[in-house]
Design a protein around this ligand. Sequence first.
Ligand code: ATP
Length: 235
Amino acid sequence: MSAVLATSGLHAGYGNIEVLHDVAVALDAGTLCAIVGANGAGKTTLLMTLAGIHRTRSGTVTFDGRDVTHAPSHARVRAGLVLVPEGRRMLPAMSVEENLLVAAAVRGAEGNALIPDLFSRFPILRTRRNVAAGSLSGGEQQMLAIARALAIGPKALLLDEPSMGLAPKLVDEIFTIVADERARGTSILLVEQNARRALALADRAYVMERGRIVLSGTGAELATHHEVVAAYLGG
Ligand code: ATP
């Protein structure tokens, strides 16, 4: 299987502090890859670096057969590499529908055609289509953040803690949407505190500790690995 997104020897950090050390990860086309690890391990920094929001110090990032190590974030988005950041950033004064239209505009005229499909996949957003995004509940905002990324029509989706802070029923809905998006052929890199759910869904997974990849395997292998069970699955 070929990787749609891969890093090799990746280093990144803030000021004098190096946070990512020699990180090599690969996301195979059409699969879901999970990255689990404790708070502060560097997972968000990795996603921001992949998205081009945070600068790579050394190493390479390849996406869809091209070296994008130094490509600006907007060029990566246009190429189909789309981040759903932690914290659900959106345009709070605009309506739900306007938020989706702004995202779809990245694809030009064909983008708008995706909106009806998104409303059928996210019925709660159709109900709230004319409401200002800033007044949505936390769960609705997370749905909108994901729907906005899908409106861009991504080849690869980078999801940062999509279930964080949500009630169990909404967590289920988010994981259903993520699984459905993979079934549609989108490659997904998922960072999750909910390691159990993430590993259950993952084709491949990595454990990150203090900025390094310390374990990798299939989701099933890592879900039963004694170190993973002890550290991340409450075993
Ligand atoms: P979390 O789940 O808490 O977001 P994480 O695994 O995503 O954790 P990062 O947010 O990538 O980890 O943080 C990795 C390290 O980088 C931490 O030590 C953090 O303190 C540091 N860090 C993150 N953002 C900054 C920043 N803007 N400036 C300086 N240091 C930062």
